[in-house]
Each structure stands twice: as C-alpha cells, then as structure tokens.
Design a protein around this ligand. Sequence first.
Ligand SMILES: [Zn+2]
Length: 287
Amino acid sequence: MRVGVDLGGTKIEAVALDGSGREVFRKRVPTPRGDYQGTLKAIGSLVAEAGEGTVGIGIPGALSRVTGLVKNANSTWLIGKALKEDIQREINRPVRIENDANCFTLSEAVDGAGKGAEVVFGVILGTGVGGGIAVRGKVLTGPNGIAGEWGHNPLPLPTAEDLPLPPCYCGRAGCIETYLSGPGLSRDHEALTGRKLEAEEVVKHEKTMLRYAERLARALAGVINVLDPDVIVLGGGMSNVARLYTDVPRLWTRSVFSDHVATRLARNAHGDSSGVRGAAWLWDPPR
Ligand SMILES: [Zn+2]
C-alpha cells in the first residue's frame, strides 16, 4: 500500500492507494495551525489509520538541500523545522517529502491528464501560483528544491496594460503570481473597472478574462521555450475556467519560439485529490 499525506494550511488529508491506484482509505482533519507538535501528532494518527505501507507527504514549501529544514512555506510554523526527521520519529517509518505543486504534477503525470507523457509541467493557479516538473513519471526537485517554481519569475514582455508592476510579497514586483493568482485576478479587475470582486465572480467578465488568458499565454510560452513539455496541466481554482483551454493555446503561439506548438494544455484529472495522490506516488508509482 502507498500512503499519501497532503499537509495543507487548513486541512491535512491522507489516502491509501493500492498498486493500481485505487483508493482504499481517505480522511481529512483540520490542520492544527501554528502548532508544530500538534501537526506531527495529526499526521501520525492519520498515517496509523491509513494502515501499513510507504508514506509520502506533500507540503506547502520545500526541504532545503543545504540544511534539510523546511523553507518557502506559507504555513510559517513549519519553517526551519526538521519535518522529515520529526515525522519519521513520530510514525517510525521512512518518509519522502515533496512540495505540494510537485505532488500535483506527479499525480497528473502518473495517472492523470499527463499520463504517458514524457515531460509534464504542472501549474497551480490558486491563492498563489506554483508549478512542478515531472519527467518520465518522476518529480524533478532540483538542487535548490525549486524546479518548476515559475510564479515569482517576472511576467514576460510587460505592456502598458500590465503597468504599474504590482508589488509581490516576495519583495519584488511584477511577478507572474501577482497577475495570475486568484487575488491577482481580483486586483486586476478592480484596476480595470474600479469594482472589487472575488475571483469566482470576475471569471464571468469577458474583458478581464481575456487579459488573464493573454498573460497566462505569455507566462506559459516562457516555460515552453525553456522546458518544451508535452503537456501543461492546470490545477487550482482558476483551472476550472473552461475558456482557458482554448484561449491560451491560441494566444501562446505568438510567444513560443517554434513554427508549431505541439504542447497540450490540459485540465487536471484528479481535482483536489491530485496533491494527496501524488504524495502517495512519491514511492514507486505504477508505470
Ligand atoms: Zn514574487
């Protein structure tokens, strides 16, 4: 059995998958926010309930290759902790830990929208913008633990409509995330119309969504020019916007350095379950 745990900012979810990917256990509990020991205990009891097997964990951050400690986590009580060692001690089993966007990408590469593809770029368009890369069914982590993290690259080729560059929490301005996250879409709609709406409402507005699709096309063209993936799979709340799958591939052709763009843009197959499934597949996924 392969046990996967998705450690999120608001909930911790666990699944157990059999060898064919069938789900035999699933449970979610609220995250003990701000409570590190409580977080370890919650993971420990979920894993015990899920049963025997390998354990993979997706986290909202990364393990530093230098120190082994958690970095880049928006669940700030995890930062600087020896999460891997502490969980291993708690559950008395070896664990593998990966960034949650990487787990999403792995899940979609193994048995989702990117199944059978050699190179998959997974994109999270949600509260933030994240990404991950899977090559031949394996996550690419990178020596800095940030492979695929395109959200804090600058939006390519800014036009007058993109100015002034929106400030980003990372300390820079004009990051892709400031335009393409849910809150970024809200902010842009307000800049365009003077009306403040949640992202779920903004998606009905033609003009704002065309700006969004055009920016997403520019941002993904930058990824295609570097990585040339077979498939780009969208996840997160914005991945539910159906028009993106026709608008964006139509718009990205002008920014991709190729006469023809064979890369597919696909909606995720596993929805909210992709993170936890990918965590399970950190150990020997089916090929
Ligand atoms: Zn940034």
